[in-house]
Write a protein of this length. Structure first.
Length: 182
């Protein structure tokens, strides 16, 4: 299916749930509010003509604190039927005044592959997925504070991370003491 026809079909089926659409270099992107995400996903997955049956990836973008919608969670879907890909974007605010993290419904009930992808997005950006059966860190340690792919994360990492210079000193000391690892 050509990108223009694909965008027209999605707009026809889900138009009232979309806040923006984009067609750039034959790539289709749609933007939907958080409360319409599940409806849009079901719409593009269950329609026989669209048939976006595959979840390719979930990621996020941190635009920065000064933006009204600091984050954008991005879902990449694929269709074997016509070989097309679709990008669904969901804008989210940052933490509220109480420090509650931004939240979306989990799509793991639709695609089991979302289990790992949602955990990774949580771990890197601090975006919660309501209804996820095991939302916990997957790449960072449980004691890690902060979210490494946020724009406000320190460029040199948190204070407890060893620096290159301190690693060199530690290795020198170990070799002097005869404790160097082989």
């Amino acid at each position: 299916m050509l990108a223009k026809a694909l965008l027209n079909k999605i707009t026809q089926l889900c138009g009232n749930q979309l806040v923006a659409t984009d067609l750039f270099r034959d790539e289709v992107s749609v933007t939907t509010p958080p409360d319409a995400l599940m409806d849009v996903i079901h719409c593009v997955r269950d329609d026989e003509e669209l048939a976006f049956q595959h979840l390719i990836d979930i990621t996020a973008v941190d635009h920065d604190r000064s933006q009204p919608h600091r984050f954008e969670v991005v879902y990449h879907l694929g269709s074997d039927r016509h070989g097309s890909k679709l990008r669904i974007k969901v804008p989210l605010p940052g933490e509220d005044t109480s420090g509650n993290l931004p939240e979306l419904p989990s799509i793991s009930s639709i695609w089991q592959g979302a289990l790992w992808l949602e955990r990774e997005t949580y771990d890197m950006f601090g975006i919660q997925f309501r209804g996820h059966p095991s939302l916990q860190r997957i790449l960072m340690t449980e004691t890690m504070e902060g979210y490494p792919l946020r724009k406000d994360f320190p460029l040199h990492g948190p204070p407890e991370w060893p620096r290159k210079s301190s690693l060199k000193k530690m290795r020198k000391q170990q070799s002097r003491d005869g404790n160097a690892e082989e």
